[in-house]
Write a protein that binds this ligand. Structure first.
Ligand code: C2E
Ligand code: CA
Ligand code: CA
Ligand code: CA
Length: 281
């Protein structure tokens, strides 16, 4: 039950769960966050088998003066619900391109991966917006990867295919995120101009160090990587936290690894420091 005071101010009742209360506060505080400068991007590396840095995923961070750090799993769905994801997503796209171009100018060449929400992809001028962001930053299209979730990709496969084909023709890369969490077969995704597939971290978590693997996660990862490779895709394993997992997922056919083992998502300056130290190791 929602209660409203005289001025439309939300009132909280003791019966409201902490969850519902946090959601209400997010809804109340999110509008204007971008304008108030409360949003930042953190970057998490993706590395090849020899540890070489190939890409970084841009991940949105929101710090509110009263709520503190609000995780994206909480505020991104609210932004989508309130119709704020379009300006927010646009800012992420531009800022990530700007950052990648700045790094390139200083000799740190990598590709940047940006999460794209369904509403963004549904905009008729989405391809133009992406190309404009690239041009504005002076970043080559090959240096950008758009991450779309498996669910989105399948729900609107026709629209997604049309939008992404225009970008794919120009060299922009497209990754399917969280692969394995939905119902889709790789076959339906083959209609999209994909360049990467991100194996959901649930599969990495289910791998067993001793090789007992009751859930069969190793065979799933190996089979998915094999299929993805036959479609010409780069395979990224998410959520690698342990050293043995790094070797294991590469052995199972994954090309790139992302996870806390290598680095947590870091603010740009820290990411750059981590990168330079990592290259010298
Ligand atoms: P995602 O796209 O699947 O991003 C990966 C998430 O896994 C990130 O959480 C990252 O911090 C976390 N992660 C990375 N390595 C590890 C690991 O080794 N172990 C574990 N347990 N987790 C790891 P984060 O940053 O909290 O983001 C959560 C989700 O919020 C993202 O999931 C994405 O769906 C959404 N999101 C974040 N930034 C954006 C954005 O700019 N736009 C949109 N539309 N969604 C975003
Ligand atoms: Ca992602
Ligand atoms: Ca993911
Ligand atoms: Ca996810």
């Amino acid at each position: 039950v929602k209660l409203r005071g005289k001025n439309g101010v939300q009132l909280f009742t003791p019966e409201m769960g902490a969850e519902a209360r946090a959601r209400q506060e997010t809804r109340r505080c999110l509008p204007g966050a971008l304008e108030r400068g409360e949003l930042r991007l953190h970057y998490q590396p993706q590395c090849g088998p020899r540890g070489e840095v190939v890409a970084a995923e841009a991940l949105l961070r929101w710090t509110h003066p009263l709520l503190g750090e609000v995780p994206p799993d909480r505020f991104v769905p609210v932004a989508e619900d309130l119709g704020l994801i379009l300006p927010l997503g646009e800012w992420v796209l531009r800022e990530a391109c700007r950052q990648a171009a700045e790094w390139r100018a200083r000799g740190l060449t990598l590709r940047v991966a940006v999460n794209v929400s369904p509403a963004q992809l549904g905009q008729a001028d989405f391809p133009d917006r992406v190309l404009l962001a690239l041009r504005g930053a002076g970043l080559p299209p090959e240096a950008l990867e758009l991450e779309i979730t498996e669910r989105l990709a399948v729900r609107n496969v026709a629209v997604a295919a049309r939008q992404l084909a225009r970008l794919g023709d120009r060299g922009v890369r497209v990754a399917v995120d969280d692969f394995g969490t939905g119902q889709s077969a790789l076959a339906s995704l083959s209609r999209l101009p994909l360049t990467s597939l991100k194996v959901d971290r649930g599969f990495v978590r289910d791998l067993d160090e001793a090789g007992h693997d009751p859930a069969g996660a190793a065979r799933v990862v190996q089979a998915v990587a094999g299929l993805a490779h036959s479609l010409g895709l780069t395979v990224v394993a998410e959520g690698v936290e342990e050293a043995w997992q790094f070797g294991r997922v590469h052995a199972l056919g994954c090309d790139l690894v992302q996870g806390y083992l290598l680095a947590r998502p870091l603010p740009p300056a820290e990411f750059e420091r981590w990168w330079r130290a990592h290259e010298r190791r």
